[in-house]
Design a protein around this ligand. Structure first.
Ligand code: ACO
Length: 428
């Protein structure tokens, strides 16, 4: 059987054979389909790109029906369990394979060389108001980095590109921690390059005086959370990174745009909504009436459902186990029991089962972050730190792909046709 699609245009009776490759047709093939020779040709209309593959990628694979997530072929469960550092996974995502021992050591060294920020970046951050949102500060500061490294605009130069990758992965935890210290009115802690990626971040966040010791359980938990959030194929912020990067702007500006997309409540903000929902429910006995109100259409069960996963989000399974390890150290988050009861009821309830609504990554992550002492408005920043590795991998793949060009979708124009300008006194 040929790998083609036969189309008959009933407007003209003409037939077309369109090649099918990787279960997709090239949208440009449809342009041959015309009624008149000078027609523009047929387009597809796909708001929110629900059924359009805009890239060929070798980075992350998701099968939402089966609940599968893999980075470069490796199942997320294995990476979360076996990788001892986030940088190992960042290397995997960016370089395409797990590093050998010497490669990992070199990669670590390179990133560590770039953990400090220019003192003027610190001064710039000091200029934000005391109550500035940490994500607003984070986005602006990432964008400002482009002014410190003007050579970054040479995006087709491999060495230059690689250096900005080291810089961004090295600096995002520092900038993130500075935003937190700023909101607390506390002096910024400089990086400690003797510590791991997650350990150094915790130290920059919470160290007061010299006696702070990173708790190994919390360091491990944060490493796993970073691994789980490192990439998620063509989500909203990855798509922004690619689209902005396709104009060949420097990666700092593109990362700032991607981080802005991540900040939106429909993307990176759901774990905060979960905590607000749990607070609202307040106690175990209110769970059944809350579930009933959701089924009656009065709001959603936050942290449930996903555009892609129509099965248990594999990241949620790992996070649920991790929650117990963290609570051993921090004490139980009082909302955990409400969350467990919500999950138990929802997984048995026909309404949720029929609609394939399962816990997603955000259902438990907020509880852990809160127990670890991170404020709610800091959650999107915690997401952006590891996702920077994913954004950079998506960006690099995009600009090196010979099939790609500057991103520029088409539109279906429904506005007025040509009309003549009228002087103001003659306008209706
Ligand atoms: N609670 C109750 N009902 C729900 C929920 C939910 N969380 N999610 C979907 N539904 C219902 C819808 O009402 C709809 O029912 P209907 O067929 O009777 O109208 C059906 O399930 C399908 O819902 P859609 O909105 O079409 O599903 P979609 O794939 O567009 O939405 C989304 C996915 C936005 C994640 C949705 O499930 C949701 O709002 N969940 C809560 C918010 C959340 O947790 N977001 C985090 C996602 S993970 C991340 O971004 C990192």
């Amino acid at each position: 059987m040929p790998d083609t699609l036969s189309i008959t245009d009933n407007r003209t009776g003409k037939k077309y054979e369109i090649p099918v490759e990787h279960d997709a047709i090239k949208a440009l093939e449809l342009r041959k389909i015309k009624v008149k020779e000078d027609d523009f040709g047929l387009m597809t209309y796909d708001p929110a790109l629900m059924n359009t593959a805009s890239v060929k990628s070798r980075i992350t694979f998701i099968d939402g029906d089966k609940g599968i997530l893999r980075y470069r072929g490796y199942p997320i469960e294995q990476l979360a369990e076996k990788c001892t550092s986030f940088l190992e996974v960042a290397y995997l995502i960016l370089a395409g394979d797990l590093p050998a021992k010497n490669q990992l050591e070199q990669w670590r060294q390179n990133v560590k060389l770039h953990t400090f920020v220019h003192e003027n970046i610190k001064k710039l951050m000091e200029g934000f108001r005391y109550d500035a949102h940490p994500m607003g500060m984070f986005i602006s500061t990432i964008a400002a980095l482009s002014t410190f490294y003007p050579e970054a605009k040479e995006v087709m130069n491999q060495d230059v590109r690689q250096k900005q990758i080291f810089r961004l992965i090295g600096k995002v935890p520092t900038i993130a921690a500075f935003t937190f210290r700023h909101t607390k009115g506390m002096p910024y802690n400089y990086p400690d390059n003797e510590l791991t990626y997650a350990g150094n971040f915790l130290s920059m966040m919470f160290k007061i005086g010299e006696s702070y010791k990173v708790n190994p359980v919390l360091e491990h938990a944060l490493t796993v959370l970073f691994i789980l959030h490192a990439d998620h194929e063509q989500n909203c912020s990855a798509n922004v990174m690619r689209s902005v990067g396709s104009s060949h702007i420097d990666p700092y500006s593109a990362c700032a745009a991607a981080a802005a997309a991540l900040w939106g409540p429909l993307h990176g903000g759901a774990n905060e909504a979960v905590l607000q929902m749990l607070d609202e429910i307040g106690s175990m006995q209110n769970v059944p009436s809350f579930i009933k109100s959701v089924k009656d259409g009065k709001g959603r069960l936050m942290g449930f459902g996903h555009r892609v996963y129509k099965n248990y989000d594999p990241r949620a399974k790992v996070i649920k186990r991790l929650a117990y390890e963290v609570f051993e150290v921090t004490g139980k988050n009082p909302n955990l029991e409400i969350a467990l009861e919500l999950e138990r009821i929802a997984l048995e309830d026909e309404y949720f089962v029929k609609r394939k609504l399962y816990p997603n990554v955000d259902f438990y992550s907020g509880l852990i972050y809160q127990a670890m002492g991170f404020p709610m408005d800091f959650f999107p920043v915690l997401f952006a730190i590891p996702r920077t590795a994913g954004w950079l991998a998506q960006w690099q793949e995009h600009i090196l792909d010979p099939e790609q060009k500057i991103s520029r979708p088409r539109q279906i124009y429904l506005g007025p046709s040509e009309r003549n300008w009228l002087p103001i006194e003659k306008r209706p």
